[in-house]
Each structure stands twice: as structure tokens, then as C-alpha cells.
Design a protein around this ligand. Structure first.
Ligand code: FES
Length: 150
């Protein structure tokens, strides 16, 4: 069993320095922009949805290390997955970072994202960790195209 706290620092720093899928998809058929008015940070999520599958995903972020690392890890987890699975992971992730200490979460569904479970102890960082997920949800559901954390 690995130590989540040690891994957290290491993984967030790595994804912040070398974000995966950090690019705009010029041929995206879904996209949305997320904004955190408390700090001014932004993330844009670009998707290619092919039938019911997310065949490609990219993002561009101007934000803190946690928002950038979470966005990067999110793209790795859901690329190639059915839309329905992405929504399930979104729900599980949101629950994990907003849960009460005694509540459990779906580690199997979340995979590597479990490393971010400690965010639940730092309420100020929850919005950093969920910004890209709300943006993804908006892009998938063709909602407003612009979401805020407030
Ligand atoms: Fe702005 Fe984290 S401080 S999203």
C-alpha cells in the first residue's frame, strides 16, 4: 500500500510541470470554459466525442498547480472512455474531494485520481480540484459553455 500524502506532492508537481494532453483540439466537437472568480484562474476543455465515446480530449489552463494537475489527470482517466463512464468518474471525484472524513469513496473507479483524496481536508482547494471537472461536465452536456465555481 502506498502513502497517498507522499505521492500527492510528487504527482501534482509532475503533472503541473508536464501536463498531459495540454493542447487545444482544433477539430473539437465539444468545448467549454471554466472560471474561478475567486482567483481568476481559467481552464478550457476540448473534446472529440465520437458516438458515445470520448475519442480525444485536450485542455488549456491558466491556474494553480492543483487545477492544472487535476485537469491533466482527468484527461488521462477519461480519454477513450464512454461519456457515461466520464460522468460516473466526475460524480465519484466530486464526492471524494467534498466528503466528510468518515465517508468512503470509489477508489476502483477513480484509479490514479485517488491520489487527490487529501484535497477534502483543505476546503479552499476543492474548487481548484473540481474546476476542470465542472468544465468537462458542461462540455459533455452542451450547457452554458462557460461555467464558474461560484
Ligand atoms: Fe485558482 Fe486554484 S487558486 S483554481
Amino acid at each position: 500500500m502506498y502513502d497517498l500524502r507522499e505521492l500527492y506532492q510528487e504527482v501534482v508537481m509532475d503533472h503541473n510541470r508536464r501536463p498531459r494532453n495540454f493542447r487545444k483540439l482544433d477539430d473539437a466537437n465539444r468545448s467549454a470554459e471554466g472560471f474561478n472568480p475567486l482567483c481568476g484562474d481559467r481552464v478550457s476543455v476540448y473534446l472529440n466525442v465520437d458516438g458515445e465515446t470520448i475519442s480525444d480530449i485536450g485542455f488549456i489552463a491558466e491556474g494553480c498547480a492543483i487545477s492544472k494537475a487535476t485537469s491533466s489527470m482527468m484527461t488521462e482517466r477519461i480519454k477513450g472512455e464512454p461519456v457515461e463512464e466520464a460522468e460516473r468518474v466526475f460524480d465519484a471525484f466530486r464526492h471524494m474531494v467534498t466528503r466528510k472524513p468518515e465517508e468512503d469513496y470509489d477508489a476502483e473507479l477513480l484509479g490514479d485520481l485517488e491520489i487527490l483524496s487529501g484535497v477534502s481536508e483543505y476546503p479552499a482547494r476543492i474548487k481548484c480540484a473540481t474546476l476542470s471537472w465542472h468544465t468537462l461536465h458542461s462540455a459533455l452536456n452542451d450547457q452554458d459553455k462557460r461555467v464558474t465555481t461560484e
